[in-house]
Design a protein around this ligand. Structure first.
Ligand SMILES: Cc1cc2nc3c(=O)[nH]c(=O)nc-3n(C[C@H](O)[C@H](O)[C@H](O)COP(=O)(O)OP(=O)(O)OC[C@H]3O[C@@H](n4cnc5c(N)ncnc54)[C@H](O)[C@@H]3O)c2cc1C
Length: 503
C-alpha cells in the first residue's frame, strides 16, 4: 500500500483478490520518506489514519495486513522469507526524489527475486510521458471517466500462516519509532483521513455545500465550506479520482430537475475543471522528476534571491507585518489547509516580496499542507514564482486580497489575535501605519516586488529565455495556452491559476 488507503476502487486489491490464492496488504513506514524535509507530522497523522482505517476495513472482511518500519528492500527480503510471493501489486506514484529512488530499488529487488511487479495507475498521469504525449493518450482512453471498481470479494482467499500479518501500530508506537515526531500529539484540527470521511465529504459537497462553489472558493471565509475539501482525501488516496468523477456525473443529472439548477451546474462545472487540473500538474513532475531541485524552465535556474533565513522564519511563523499573509500562515500552522487564492498569495509574497526562492520555501510549505501532493505543489510553486516562463507574472497585493475577500476582518481577527480590536481600515493599512502590538512590516512589498519582477522579466525577454520557454510550453503546457511571449486568449485555462489583480 502507498498513498491509496481505500478498499473501494482500489485496483491493486481488486486485481490481487481476483488472481491470487492468498493476499497480504503490506505497508512500510520508510525512514527515508519520514525523515525527508517535505514530510511533517500532518502527513504522519494523515497516513496513520488512512492506514488504520483501511486495515480495519480489510480485517472486517477477513483480510489481515502487515505493517512494518524500516527500509523497504530489507523489509521485502524479510517478508519474502516468511511469505514467498510471486506478484507485488502497487499503485503508480509520482512523488518526490526519495520515493522515485525507492521505486527504482524495489524494481531491482523484484527483478533479482523473479517477482512480477504490477504497477496499477490510479490516475491519467502517463508513466514517463509529458503533457504533449499524455494528451494524445487521453484521446484514446481517459482513466477518469471509467467506471470505479467495487469492493473486492476476498471470501475465496486462503488464510495466512501465523506470524506473517500483524496489527497496525497505534499513534503512540508510530511517534516512538520516528525520533523526529517523538511526543507529537494527534492534531484535532486536521481533516480526518479515512474512506468513510472521504465519502461523507464528497456527498455533503455534491448535495449541500457545493452550490456555493462558484464564487465561494476565493475567500478564506467561505472556501473552507464551499470548496469540496477533497484535496487531503485525493492526496492520501482515501477516495479515487474516478469515484469523484462518477459521483459528479451522477449529481449533474440529478440537479437538472432542481430549482437552483443553473447555480448548481455552474458550480459543478467549475469544480470539474479543477479536478482536471490535478493530473495535468502531476504529469509535469512525472516528466521532470528533479522538479524539487530545478525549475522546469532552465532559463530561470540562476534567478537571484536573497534567501534571508530570518525573513524565511518570519514568513513561516506568520510574522511579516502583512495581516492577510500572517493570517494565512498561522491558519496553515493550525489546520494545514488554505484555499487556492490564498496559497498563491503567500507564495507570490514570499518570492516577489521577501525574495525567497521557490526552492527555499518548498519544504517548509509542503510540511504545512496536509494535502501535500508533490506534483501539484511544485508546479504551483514554480508558476506563482514566475519561473515557468509562459504564465502571466503576477504579484498579488495582500491588501487588495484583504479588502476583496475578508472586508470585515473575520479571517484576520481569527488568526492574528493581536489585531482583534482593530478595524478593517486599520488592518488594511497596517503595512503603512504601524499598529501597537503588531509586528512592523519586515519589507516594503512595492519596492521589493518591483525589483524581483524586473529580474524575472529580464530572463523572460532574453533570446535564450524565449527559446527555452517555447520548448517548455510544448512539453508541459496545457492545450489552450498560447505561445511564449504572446498574449493569452480569453479561453486560456492555465490563466485561471494566476487570475489575481497585480500590485
Ligand atoms: C502554491 C500552491 C500549492 C498547492 N499545493 C497543493 C497540494 O500540495 N495539494 C493539492 O491537492 N493542491 C494544491 N494546490 C491546489 C489547490 O490550492 C488545492 O487543491 C485546493 O485549494 C484544495 O481545496 P479543495 O479540495 O476544496 O479544492 P477544490 O477547489 O474543491 O478542487 C477539487 C480538487 O481539484 C484539485 N485541484 C484544485 N485546484 C487545483 C490546482 N490549481 N491544481 C491542481 N489540482 C487542483 C484538488 O485535488 C482538489 O481537491 C496548491 C496551490 C498552490 C497555489
Amino acid at each position: 500500500m502507498k498513498r491509496d488507503f481505500r478498499i473501494t476502487d482500489n485496483e491493486c486489491l481488486f486485481e490481487a483478490a481476483q488472481h491470487a490464492e492468498a493476499v497480504l496488504p503490506f505497508f512500510c513506514w520508510e525512514h527515508d520518506v519520514l525523515n525527508e524535509g517535505d514530510y511533517s507530522s500532518f502527513h504522519l497523522q494523515a497516513q496513520w489514519e488512512g492506514l488504520t482505517g483501511v486495515c480495519q476495513s480489510l480485517r472486517s472482511r477477513g483480510v489481515e495486513s502487515r505493517v512494518v518500519f524500516g527500509e523497504i528492500v530489507g523489509q521485502l527480503d524479510l517478508l519474502f522469507k516468511l511469505f514467498p510471493f510471486d506478484v507485488l501489486y502497487s499503485h503508480q506514484e509520482t512523488g518526490n526524489l526519495v520515493t522515485f529512488k525507492r521505486d527504482q530499488n524495489v524494481q531491482k529487488w523484484c527483478r533479482e527475486r523473479n517477482v512480477k511487479w504490477v504497477e496499477m495507475n490510479p490516475s491519467s498521469v502517463m508513466r514517463g510521458g509529458d503533457a504533449d504525449r499524455r494528451r494524445l493518450k487521453l484521446r484514446q482512453a481517459d482513466y477518469r471517466k471509467q467506471e470505479p471498481l467495487p469492493i473486492p470479494d476476498f471470501s475465496h482467499l486462503e488464510p495466512l500462516a501465523p506470524g506473517v500479518a500483524n496489527q497496525p501500530p497505534s499513534w503512540k508506537e508510530v511517534i516512538t519509532v520516528v525520533p523526529k515526531f517523538k511526543g507529537q500529539p494527534l492534531n484535532p484540527s486536521l481533516t480526518k483521513v479515512n474512506e468513510k470521511s472521504a465519502h461523507a465529504t464528497l456527498s455533503s459537497f455534491l448535495h449541500e455545500r457545493g452550490i456555493g462553489y462558484s464564487g465561494g472558493i476565493s475567500s478564506p471565509n467561505t472556501a473552507f465550506v464551499h470548496g469540496s475539501r477533497l484535496s487531503s482525501h485525493l492526496a492520501w488516496g482515501t477516495i479515487s479520482l474516478r469515484t469523484v468523477f462518477a459521483h459528479l456525473d451522477q449529481r449533474r443529472l440529478e440537479v437538472k430537475d432542481c430549482q437552483d439548477r443553473s447555480l448548481w451546474l455552474r458550480s459543478l462545472r467549475a469544480f470539474e475543471s479543477r479536478l482536471f487540473w490535478r493530473d495535468h500538474f502531476i504529469q509535469r513532475l512525472e516528466a521532470f522528476p528533479v522538479m524539487e531541485k530545478k525549475p522546469l524552465n532552465s532559463a530561470y535556474a540562476d534567478l537571484k534571491y536573497e534567501d534571508d533565513p530570518e525573513i524565511l522564519n518570519a514568513w513561516i511563523q506568520g510574522r511579516t507585518g502583512y495581516p492577510m499573509v500572517d493570517a494565512c500562515m498561522r491558519c496553515l500552522q493550525d489546520n494545514g489547509f488554505l484555499n487556492f487564492r490564498m496559497r498563491a498569495m503567500v507564495v507570490s509574497f514570499a518570492c516577489y516580496g521577501l525574495h525567497l526562492s521557490w526552492r527555499t520555501i518548498h519544504e517548509p510549505l509542503a510540511r504545512l499542507f496536509h494535502d501535500y501532493e508533490p506534483g501539484i505543489h511544485l508546479s504551483q510553486l514554480q508558476m506563482q514564482a514566475g519561473v515557468i516562463g509562459f504564465n502571466a507574472i503576477r504579484v498579488y497585493s495582500p491588501t487588495k486580497q484583504f479588502l476583496d475577500h475578508d472586508p470585515n476582518g473575520v479571517f484576520v481577527h481569527r488568526w492574528v489575535k493581536e489585531l482583534k480590536g482593530r478595524t478593517p481600515a486599520e488592518i488594511a493599512h497596517a503595512d503603512e501605519i504601524p499598529l501597537d502590538g503588531y509586528i512592523p512590516k519586515v519589507i516594503n512589498l512595492k519596492d521589493r516586488a518591483k525589483e524581483m519582477k524586473s529580474r524575472v522579466y529580464e530572463i523572460r525577454k532574453s533570446a535564450t529565455g524565449k527559446k527555452i520557454t517555447g520548448d517548455v510550453l510544448k512539453k508541459h503546457g496545457s492545450r489552450r495556452s498560447t505561445a511564449a511571449g504572446k498574449k493569452k486568449t480569453k479561453k486560456s485555462t492555465e490563466g485561471q491559476m494566476t487570475f489575481f489583480k497585480t500590485l
